[in-house]
Design a binder for this molecule. Structure first.
Ligand code: ATP
Ligand code: MG
Length: 605
C-alpha cells in the first residue's frame, strides 16, 4: 500500500463535523447508542423482530411485509399511498394489500406457476407492480422488477437470463417493447397486461397471447395461505446498475427480509407512525428493498410517486403527504441544489425528520445543503445490489462527517483490505489508508449467487471476506470514506487518486453543478486527471471559467491530484438509477467501444 499510503487524504477533516444535538433528534432514534447496539447485536435477535410464518412454517418476505400487519392493529393503516402522474391517488391499507396480493398469488397458482418460477414486472411505479412483486413472493415465485424504460434488447437479455415464466406489464409497454421480442422467449408462458379503466381492459383483452390483469384478478379469491417457505428459498432477482460493465443478476432469498427490516429500523430510523418515501424505482434494488419491503415490514405508510423528478412535484409530495422519512439519491439532491433554495421557499416541509441518500458518493456540499434546505443533513449510506440491504450508514443519533458514508451496521463487520497476488487478502488496520472495502460474509441479505456466473461469484470472496470492488478508507473514529470504484481509480505519477474527492472539490465552486472525473492515459504520468463538469444556471462555458476552475482545484487539491484538463459538458452520462457513468466518459474521451449501454439513461426509451 506504499503507493496509496503516500497520498494525502483530502476529505476527512476538511468539513466540520455536524454534531447531533437534541433539536436534530426530535424523536429518540431507534439506534440511540451505536457502540452499545453493535456490541449487543445478534442476527437471531433481529430475526426475532419478525413473526415467521404461522405454525413455524418458515420465513416469507411478503408475510412479514403484509399479512402480519393485516391481521393486527395496523390492518386499516395506509400501507401504500400511491400518487399517480396525473395527481390521482390510490390508497391501499394493509388489509387491502393483503387481499390484492393474495389474489395475485392465487392467479399465479391458477396458471400453474409456483416455487422458483421467475415472475418479471415491467411497469412504471403503479400499484400493480407492488401487488405483483408481493403476490409473487407469496406464491414462492422469484420476483424481478425491471425498469420500465428499458428498450427491447436489454429486456430480452434479462428475461432470457432470468428464464422469465410470466411478465406483468402494461398494454403500451407490451406493444412498444415486448411483442417484438416475444418469439425469442419460449420460456415466457404468460404475459399479463395492466390496462387503465374498463375500455382499456377490453382493448387489452384483445391483445393476442396475453391476459388482462383486472379480468385475471377478478376471478381470484382474496384468501391465500402462504406455503411453507424456507429462509434459503429464492425470492428476488435484481440486476446491478451496469455502471462498470454488463449488468449482473444477483439472487436473493427470503431470509434477506431480516436485513431489510433491521436496516429500515436502524439506518432509516423508521418509527411506527412514519410516512416514508423512497424515490428509487423498484427496477433497481433500492426501490425494492426500501421502496417495497423495509417500510412495510416496519408497518409504516409507504408513499409511492409515479412521476419522475421534478422539484415542484417532489416538494409538493413532501408537503402534502407530510413525509417524515425520505430516502433519495445524490443525483436528485444535486438537481435540487441546482435549482437553489428559492424553489423551496413556498413549501412547508416541517414534517421531515430524517433524510437519507444512497447510490453514489454524496458530496459534502450536498450533505450541508440538506441542512440549509431542510434543517438537517442528508445521511449518506452505502450498499450494493449484491449486499441486498444497507451495510454502512450515518445514523440518526450519530454525528455526521460530511463526505463519509458512516459506520457499519450492527451485525456487519467491514474492513479495508489489500489483495495479495495469490488471491488472499490482508486487513489494513492503519487509519486513512486506502484499500478495498470488504465485508465479512454471512448477513441474511447477501446475494446467494450471480445468475449463471458461478466463477464470478466465487471470485468475489477471499476467505471470510466478500470483496466489494469499491475502494475506501476508515478513519480513527471508525467512519468509512468512499474513494472510488476500483475500476475508476486513477493512477497518476505513482499516486492513486479517487474521483470522488476531485469531483467534490470541483463542486465547491459556485459554477459547478456536477462533475465526473476520469484518468486519461498519458505517456509521462501514466494517467492524468481529467474532469467533465456541468454548470449551474447563470454560468456559461468559457476559457476564463475553465482556468478559474483549474486554479480552484489546484489550490484545493494540490498539483498532483487536481485535474489537468476540464471539459464543459451540458449533461453527464448516467445510469437509469442516476449514477455517473465514468467508464462511458472515458470510452468517449478515448474513442473506445462504449460497452453495454442498456442502463444508460438517455438510451433507455
Ligand atoms: P455494476 O455493478 O453493474 O457496475 P453498480 O455497482 O452501480 O453497477 P449497484 O449495485 O446499483 O450497481 O450500485 C452499487 C455501487 O454504487 C456501490 O458498489 C458503489 O460503487 C456505489 N454506491 C452506492 N452507494 C454509495 C455511497 N453511499 N457512496 C459511494 N458509492 C456508493
Ligand atoms: Mg457493482
Amino acid at each position: 500500500m506504499s503507493e496509496s499510503a503516500s497520498r494525502q487524504a483530502l476529505l476527512p477533516g476538511h468539513y466540520p463535523t455536524i454534531v447531533k444535538s437534541r433539536e436534530h433528534l426530535g424523536k429518540p432514534p431507534n439506534l440511540l447508542d451505536y457502540e452499545a447496539a453493535r456490541a449487543a447485536f445478534r442476527w437471531d435477535w433481529a430475526r426475532g423482530l419478525l413473526d415467521g410464518l404461522p405454525g413455524g412454517r418458515g420465513l416469507n418476505i411478503a408475510y412479514e411485509a403484509v399479512d402480519r400487519h393485516a391481521k393486527g392493529p395496523r390492518a386499516e393503516r395506509h400501507a401504500l399511498r400511491w400518487i399517480g402522474r396525473s395527481g390521482a391517488q390510490r390508497i391501499l391499507t394493509y388489509r387491502d394489500l393483503q387481499a390484492e396480493t393474495n389474489k395475485f398469488a392465487n392467479a399465479l397458482l391458477s396458471l400453474g406457476l409456483g416455487e422458483g418460477d421467475a415472475v418479471f414486472v415491467l411497469a412504471g411505479r403503479i400499484p400493480e407492480l407492488y401487488i405483483a412483486v408481493l403476490g409473487a413472493l407469496k406464491a414462492k415465485c422469484v420476483a424481478s422488477p425491471l425498469f420500465s424504460a428499458f428498450g427491447p434488447e436489454p429486456l430480452a437479455t434479462r428475461l432470457k437470463l432470468g428464464e422469465g415464466r410470466l411478465l406483468v406489464t402494461t398494454e403500451a409497454l407490451y406493444r412498444r417493447k415486448v411483442a417484438s421480442i416475444r418469439p425469442q422467449l419460449p420460456k415466457l408462458a404468460h404475459v399479463v397486461l395492466v390496462s387503465e379503466g374498463q375500455q382499456g381492459a377490453q382493448a387489452a383483452g384483445d391483445v393476442p397471447d396475453t391476459l388482462e390483469w383486472h379480468q385475471l384478478m377478478a376471478a381470484q379469491s382474496p384468501d391465500f395461505e402462504i406455503p411453507p417457505t424456507a429462509p434459503e428459498d429464492r425470492a428476488l432477482l435484481h440486476f446491478t446498475s451496469g455502471t462498470t460493465g454488463r449488468p449482473k443478476g444477483a439472487i436473493h432469498v427470503h431470509e434477506a427480509v431480516v436485513t431489510h427490516h433491521i436496516t429500515g429500523y436502524y439506518a432509516l430510523d423508521l418509527h411506527d407512525d412514519d410516512i416514508f418515501w423512497c424515490t428509487a424505482d423498484p427496477g433497481w434494488v433500492t426501490g425494492t428493498s426500501y421502496g417495497i419491503i423495509a417500510p412495510l415490514t416496519n408497518g409504516v405508510t409507504n408513499v409511492v410517486v409515479e412521476a419522475e423528478f421534478d422539484a415542484a412535484t417532489w416538494y409538493g409530495v413532501l408537503q402534502r403527504e407530510r413525509v417524515s422519512v425520505w430516502y433519495t439519491a445524490p443525483t436528485a439532491i444535486r438537481m435540487m441544489m441546482k435549482l437553489g433554495l428559492e424553489a423551496l421557499r413556498n413549501f412547508d416541509l416541517s414534517s421531515l425528520r430524517f433524510l437519507a441518500s444512497v447510490g453514489e458518493p454524496l458530496n459534502p456540499e450536498a450533505v450541508i445543503w440538506g441542512q440549509q434546505a431542510f434543517g438537517q443533513p442528508f445521511h449518506d449510506n452505502w450498499w450494493q445490489t449484491e449486499t441486498g440491504g444497507i451495510m454502512i450508514a450515518n445514523y440518526a443519533s450519530m454525528d455526521v462527517k460530511p463526505g463519509s458514508m458512516g459506520r457499519p451496521l450492527p451485525g456487519i463487520e467491514a474492513a479495508i483490505v489489500q489483495r495479495n497476488a495469490d488471491g488472499s487478502v490482508v486487513e489494513i488496520q492503519e487509519p486513512l489508508v486506502e484499500g478495498e472495502l470488504a465485508l465479512k460474509a454471512g448477513w441474511p441479505s447477501m446475494m446467494r449467487g450471480y445468475l449463471h456466473e458461478e466463477e464470478r461469484y466465487r471470485k468475489s470472496f477471499a476467505g471470510p471476506w466478500y470483496l466489494t470492488g469499491d475502494l475506501a478508507m476508515r478513519d480513527a473514529d471508525g467512519y468509512y470514506w468512499f474513494v472510488g470504484r476500483a475500476d475508476d481509480v486513477i493512477k497518476s505519477s505513482g499516486h492513486l487518486i479517487g474521483p470522488f474527492e476531485v469531483e467534490s472539490a470541483l463542486m465547491e465552486h459556485p459554477a459547478v453543478a456536477e462533475a465526473g472525473v476520469i484518468g486519461k492515459p498519458d505517456p509521462v504520468a501514466g494517467e492524468i486527471v481529467k474532469a467533465f463538469v456541468s454548470l449551474n444556471p447563470g454560468f456559461t462555458p468559457s476559457e476564463a471559467l475553465r482556468r478559474e476552475l483549474l486554479g480552484h482545484a489546484r489550490k484545493r487539491l494540490g498539483a498532483v491530484v487536481a485535474p489537468k484538463e476540464i471539459d464543459f459538458s451540458p449533461a453527464l452520462p448516467r445510469t437509469r438509477s442516476g449514477k455517473i457513468m465514468r467508464r462511458l466518459l472515458k470510452a468517449r474521451e478515448l474513442g473506445l467501444p462504449e460497452g453495454d449501454l442498456s442502463t444508460l439513461e438517455s438510451n433507455a426509451e
